[in-house]
Design a protein around this ligand. Structure first.
Ligand SMILES: [Zn+2]
Ligand SMILES: [Zn+2]
Length: 288
């Protein structure tokens, strides 16, 4: 079963919104000859929004799976579906750094195959501010790169429980009008302003989704040495790369365990980042 051939000329469904097809479709159709259509019957915002109106129902991987299953339900003739899911979480070692994790997942019902690509961005474009005048808001918007990057405005009027959210601005004039309106109804005279994280309003995220799609292509092209199923990819990361001074295990990666989801075959690849020991600066003993 060659990775490039099993998808050739087959129909696939992309369950997505926010313009992500722009980066996902060309990469996957060029690599595998998939014929991808958009699942425009499905509103993926029901699976969570970044501005917080809808909470994500499950983990990132499960949310992508849910989107794909929804696709199979709504388009019963389809055997292959693709979905992407993004998240912003604090960096595990430094809570002030937001990390953008993007995954793009493909499920092939006929071949019982699930493959994902993942990309982590430590320089995610996420900013937030509280403003009390239109001028302050314009400065914030300019600083985050508006209108190329979108902004989301939130205000809490006195009588209403839920904050009032406005977004989708493409021009300075629309943004000004919205700020005037929200300042006039805001209970504390302030507006919360933040970077819009939807892909079509955030070029950095769009780029990260493109990277995750490339990772998906690589994962599909990697086949199990035993049963030749595509998607032989890293299932587990083992930490403990030894310190070059004292030899103690550090938090850096020692090896990647590749696993086949079909036959269970596993292979350990040591030193995946090309170095056999770690700088003492990362060692808890040499540099506490
Ligand atoms: Zn296998
Ligand atoms: Zn050490």
């Amino acid at each position: 079963m060659s990775a490039a051939k099993i998808f050739f000329n087959r129909n696939a469904l992309l369950v997505t919104k926010h313009g992500k097809e722009k980066v996902i479709v060309p990469l996957l159709s060029d690599a595998f000859g998939l014929k991808i259509e958009l699942a425009d019957k499905i509103d993926t915002d029901q699976f969570g929004t970044f501005s917080g109106e809808v909470e994500r129902p499950d983990t990132q991987y499960n949310t992508a799976r849910l989107k794909i299953l929804k696709g199979f339900e709504q388009y019963p003739e389809i055997e292959i579906a693709i979905a992407s899911e993004g998240a912003f979480n604090p960096h595990p070692d430094c809570a002030f750094i937001p990390v953008n994790t993007e995954i793009v997942m493909l499920i092939d019902k006929k071949n019982e195959l699930e493959v994902s690509g993942r990309y982590l961005d430590l320089a995610a474009h996420v900013k937030e501010s509280e403003i009390s005048s239109v001028e302050e808001g314009e400065n914030f918007a300019a600083a985050i790169g508006f209108p190329e990057y979108g902004v989301i405005l939130k205000a809490s009027p006195k009588e209403i429980e839920k904050p009032y959210v406005l977004k989708n601005f493409r021009t300075k004039e629309d943004l000004q009008t919205a700020m005037h309106f929200l300042l006039s109804i805001s209970g504390n005279g302030k507006i919360q302003m933040q970077t819009d994280m939807r892909a079509n309003f955030n070029p950095t995220r769009m780029k990260n989704i493109e990277h995750a799609t490339n990772e998906l292509v690589n994962a599909i092209l990697s086949v199990c040495p035993k049963c030749h199923t595509p998607g032989f990819s890293v299932g587990q990361v083992i930490k403990g790369l030894p310190c070059s001074w004292c030899g103690a295990p550090t938090k850096s990666t020692l090896s990647h365990i590749y696993a086949c989801k079909k036959c269970g075959h596993g292979v350990e690849k040591k030193f995946p980042h090309g170095k056999q020991n770690e700088d003492p600066g990362f060692c808890d003993y040499c540099n506490p």
